[in-house]
Design a protein around this ligand. Sequence first.
Ligand code: C2E
Ligand code: MG
Ligand code: MG
Length: 584
Amino acid sequence: MLSYEDEKFYKFLERMVFVTHQSNSYDREAYVQLIQEICEHYKLARGEAGFYLSADHEARGEGEIFCDFDNGNSDHVGVFVRIESKSGAIIIGKILVPEGHSFDDPKAKDHLEMLLRVILGWVSRSRLQQKVEEFAYSDERGYPNFRAFARFLMKKNRTNGLGGMVSMYFDLHNYTMVNSQIGRAGGDLVMRNYYNMIAEAIGDTGILCRLGGDKFIGLFERSARRQVFEILSGVPVLYDEKNGKRIRVSAAAGVFMMPKPFMIRTPSDIMDKIMVSGAVAKNQTDGAIVIFDDKMKSERERIKKVQSAFHAGLEKEEFKVFYQPKVNVETGELVGAEALCRWFQNGKIVPPMEFIPVLEIGTEICDLDFYMLDHVCRDIRRWLDAGIDVVRVSVNFSRKHLVDVDLLEHIMEVLDRNKVPHEYIEVELTETTTDVLFRDLKRIVSGLQERGIWTAVDDFGMGYSSLNLIREIPWNVLKIDKNFVPKDNEPENRVASLMFKHVTSLAQDMGMECVVEGVETVNQLDVLRSNHCSIAQGYFFDKPLPVEEYEARLLRKYYELPEGLIPISESEQPAQTAEPGHES
Ligand code: C2E
Ligand code: MG
Ligand code: MG
């Protein structure tokens, strides 16, 4: 026959197994009630369960502690159980008793230990399940991930709930700069705070997930859109609570407004649209929000067409090198040329702007640049063999090449195979936005120069070109973007004009050759001359020319300068007074 104590214990055990085996939706009230009864019966002071993901986690004390009973009299440990699960998780159970406590029944300690094991087994199962869930649906920093997005999306889809909702993709504007400005930890905090602001605006009826890096996707009710868009357009975000410091954060977002009703087959039906509009937004000013429309769909089809026609076009030599002369503005002498690509497709000329950005989405651009370099080298070799007095030709290299560790060898191979002396080639590169690429850029520019190849920083003044770009990298040539060239009738004190003046004089003081792009008029030619900027490239002299026409220019060598230009010696005076510290 069972003793009273035994009977009490089996009843407890039975109830405990019952409560904890409905693991997913356990009855919390019943569980706490039971724990309390057990503690009172055995005169316990406190019961604790601890969950650690690993032994390391346990050693660092980073687990979770659950305590469902504590009467404040705990003094020393009465029963202690530690279990290690198959996956290495550690679960500990501790029963504390008041000082001087002794169990009424000698079996009580064993009974308690058994009850504790049942509880711990359950804690381990349910917590592990929760952890698995967390791992699967959130990323390493605790943001919900794409899987969480897809699950939420498909659930809404199943219940016909997508109609009228808004989906979006965005990435933070200039987040690398934010990081470098306020440090990594500050950057993480800014991202978290910004995320929280948007998640708050979205509310419980939507979801916001991180795709990786500074890229996010979200789904929300139409009623939240104004608030969400306002945050995306740019808001101050706190990163130093103590000193109340804030930084402005904005995003480039692609948005798709779902019609009513709306159903999808897979998440990619939506991803395609928000990624396309997101890419358009990225090319606009900061804080841009671009709503997907069907024109973008045709743009996407165009991109696919260009990509699929590219390799065949390369094989069929549909790409031609056009040469745009660079001219000394003091003497009219042809001193160089830039090789620019034209695609002859079905009898029509396709300008670079229609295919270069597309080729830069992938790495096709690298094949094109090497094709161009090879063809330029062949032309130079031919001219040299014909005894023509050649000038240096610059070739554009996309920043996509920067990650190629063998780039230098690759370039040398093309030059040497064509037996072209290195000084006849110049490589034009543009600025980069990340530190890693900046290092690569520096390595490549220095490497090219060591090998006697000229280097030019293209489109200076556009994008994110900083003074660091010219301070830390030893370029031979600075090419000033055409947008920086003062327009005719523009007042001389306009900021752009002033900058033009100072940037050109900075380039000269630093010993760089300064080439100005987009020179179209006599007045602009005068501006260059008066700023002692010696080389012009632009429609004023010539557009990019097919090879035969360029060859004719090479033979002629000089351009006739127009009458009535302001003589250079006279114009020296104002340039010097404008910038007293500079010697021209
Ligand atoms: P870029 O390297 O800055 O080339 C200068 C662009 O300015 C050329 O446009 C040229 O035709 C244009 N331009 C020259 N003078 C004037 C002028 O007086 N007025 C105006 N409005 N424009 C002028 P293009 O040939 O359309 O090329 C556009 C861009 O495409 C180039 O800009 C370059 O970034 C890229 N590109 C062209 N060919 C290649 C190539 O083979 N490889 C790479 N990676 N990029 C290329
Ligand atoms: Mg260029
Ligand atoms: Mg340029």
